[in-house]
Each structure stands twice: as structure tokens, then as C-alpha cells.
Design a protein around this ligand. Structure first.
Ligand SMILES: [Zn+2]
Length: 330
């Protein structure tokens, strides 16, 4: 069985909407801990996705409290099979102990609220990756956009300082959703590798959420990775097409490798954040993707790099290769 490290899912959002206190079994979801275990997951980034606007009567802080609590509860209840990871080294230790690893991330840096001390506070609460923006402007900068003026806008002064602080703390910088201008600012300022946790190749699918060849090369030169996203709009040449297949994902993987080298491709499924006619419709179907990689001529070694080794390398580069344990997890 091929193990895998998925850099992005929105499953915590599902737990909020379904008012769940655990993520072990979630009927109707694309991912839960039980199915991760059966499918051979090695590690999963659980994003706390910040909706741009609340349709229900809830505040950001109530929502954040739910997400942190449900994650903590799940990790405590199912510690025999999964444990929170606070560093790349934690993944290896958890693996040796027969456990999967779970990282917490923010999708949209809005909770940071323009204050560097909030980066430190959320680091202490276990956040190890921040997708700097979602699809709107925030304290870090500007989102990807069809508007070329907006797309060229770079990071705000706070965003530039935050990049430096995230480097110091050991929080992974994630440029998926960021403007192209912001991408190049991160590439210039960051002293460490960075990621596009769930973005594909713009040369194959012209959606503005995807990376140009030059961006893939830049990301690879910095030692970073891009996580292959399973969303139809980011896979097809016609971004209105609703089909997502293992063959399309494999084509993007091979393009990434052709452009950036074998070290820069990873997985960022976007499970529970996407819809359409999905061949990989949940974590239990991951094997179909690895079968397709084989079918398309990728070697076992290359498949392992895409599946987990590249992502683990970057987490170790940024968050450290010393295992940090639960005692340090507040
Ligand atoms: Zn996203």
C-alpha cells in the first residue's frame, strides 16, 4: 500500500456544520480518520477554513474554538491510530509507533488579525501551516484574481513581516489562493522553502488558482512543493468542466515534474472542499490515483516522493526534524 501525506482538506468545516464533536466517522464526508487509516494515510493537514462571511449567527472566535476542540478531542480519543504532529520529525516518530499524523492549518490568515504576536499564539496552539489568503484581501495581502491589477498586487507591509516571523517560528507559508504578486514576494522574502498546498499547473488548466511554469520553477528552486488539487476547475483545460479523474491529476503531476523536477510535486486533495464528478471521491479511493501514476510510467520511487516524501522533507525543513510531543501541545 502506498502511504500518503495530504496537504489540504476542509473536513473540520464539515464537523462544524454537522455539529460533530469528533472526526472519526463522518457520513457523507470525503475524509474521516477511520477511512484515512484504512486507505494508508501517513499524515494529513486539517485546515481551519475561514468562511468569507457567516450565514449563521456565529463569530470567528466561536468557530475557531469549535475547530480546535474537535481536533483535540479526536486526537485524544483515537490516539492509538493518530496523533497531532508539531514538526516533521513527529511524523516519523508517529509512523514508527504505528500512528498517522495530523497537522492543523489555517486557510486564510484572517485570525492573525494584523498582529505578529498572534502568529506566536497560534503556533503555541499547534498551527503549523497558514494559507496566507483565501479569495479575499486580508492583513497579509491580496487573493488570486482574474483582474490583472489585483493579481499583480504584492504582500502588504504586515504580510512581509509575517513571512519573516513565520520563518523564525517554523510555520509553513502556503501561497495557494494568493495573488501572483504575493507569490513572488514570498519567494523573495522567505529564507525557507514554501508551499502551494493545493494548486495545479496553469499551463494545463488556465484557472488563476493554479501555478504558472515560472512559479513552479521558482517554488522548486526554493525547495518547496505544490500539492495536486483534485478539483475539476483546476484540472481541466476548460475550467467549466465538472470532471475530475486520476488521469487528469496524473497529467498535472507529470507536468510539475517536467517543469520543476521530481522533488516539487505533492498532494493537496482539497477533500471536503470540492465537488463535481470526482473519480477520487474520497480518501478511500486514493489507491486509484497511485495505480494511475503506475499506469502512466512513474516509478515506485517517484510515486513515493509525490505521495509523501517530498511533503515530509519540506515539513522537516521548516518545522524541524525533532519530534515535538503532546506535552508541548497546549
Ligand atoms: Zn482552498
Amino acid at each position: 500500500m502506498v502511504r500518503f501525506f495530504d496537504l489540504h482538506c476542509d473536513t473540520l468545516k464539515v464537523s462544524f456544520h454537522q455539529k460533530l464533536d469528533d472526526i472519526y466517522e463522518i457520513p457523507g464526508s470525503m475524509l474521516d480518520i477511520r477511512r484515512m487509516g484504512e486507505a494508508g494515510s501517513l499524515a494529513q493537514c486539517f485546515a481551519i477554513f475561514m468562511p468569507p462571511k457567516w450565514t449563521e449567527p456565529v463569530t470567528d472566535s466561536e468557530y475557531l474554538a469549535h475547530c480546535f476542540q474537535v481536533f483535540k478531542t479526536a486526537m485524544e480519543r483515537h490516539r492509538d491510530i493518530i496523533a497531532p504532529a508539531l514538526s516533521g520529525g513527529s511524523i516519523e516518530r508517529n509512523k514508527q509507533a504505528g500512528r498517522m499524523s495530523a497537522f492543523l492549518s489555517f486557510e486564510d490568515g484572517r485570525p492573525i488579525d494584523g498582529k505578529l504576536e498572534n502568529l506566536d499564539a497560534y503556533y503555541d496552539m499547534g498551527i503549523r501551516l497558514i494559507t496566507l489568503t483565501w479569495n479575499g484581501e486580508n492583513c497579509f495581502g491580496f487573493p488570486n484574481s482574474k483582474d490583472p491589477v489585483l493579481m499583480q498586487k504584492g504582500l502588504k507591509p504586515f504580510g512581509k513581516g509575517a513571512v519573516r516571523r513565520m520563518n523564525e517560528l517554523g510555520i509553513v507559508l502556503d501561497v495557494s489562493h494568493l495573488s501572483d504578486g504575493g507569490f513572488y514576494d514570498v519567494a523573495e522574502i522567505s529564507k525557507k522553502p514554501f508551499m502551494a498546498s493545493h494548486s495545479n499547473c496553469r499551463a494545463l488548466s488556465p484557472h488563476q488558482r493554479n501555478l504558472t511554469d515560472d512559479m513552479i520553477r521558482t517554488l522548486a528552486e526554493k525547495g518547496g512543493v505544490a500539492g495536486l488539487n483534485f478539483a475539476p476547475a483546476f484540472l481541466n483545460a476548460d475550467t467549466a468542466c465538472r470532471d475530475s479523474t486520476a488521469a487528469l491529476i496524473s497529467a498535472h503531476a507529470r507536468r510539475m515534474i517536467d517543469v520543476g523536477g521530481v522533488e516539487c510535486a505533492a498532494l493537496g486533495s482539497d477533500f471536503d472542499g470540492i465537488s463535481g464528478n470526482l473519480e477520487i471521491s474520497g480518501v478511500e479511493k486514493m489507491r486509484l490515483l497511485f495505480d494511475r501514476f503506475h499506469h502512466d510510467g512513474l516509478s515506485d520511487d517517484v510515486i513515493e516522493k509525490i505521495a509523501w516524501k517530498n511533503a515530509l522533507r519540506v515539513f522537516k525543513d521548516i518545522t524541524g526534524d525533532t519530534p515535538l510531543d503532546l506535552g508541548e501541545y497546549h
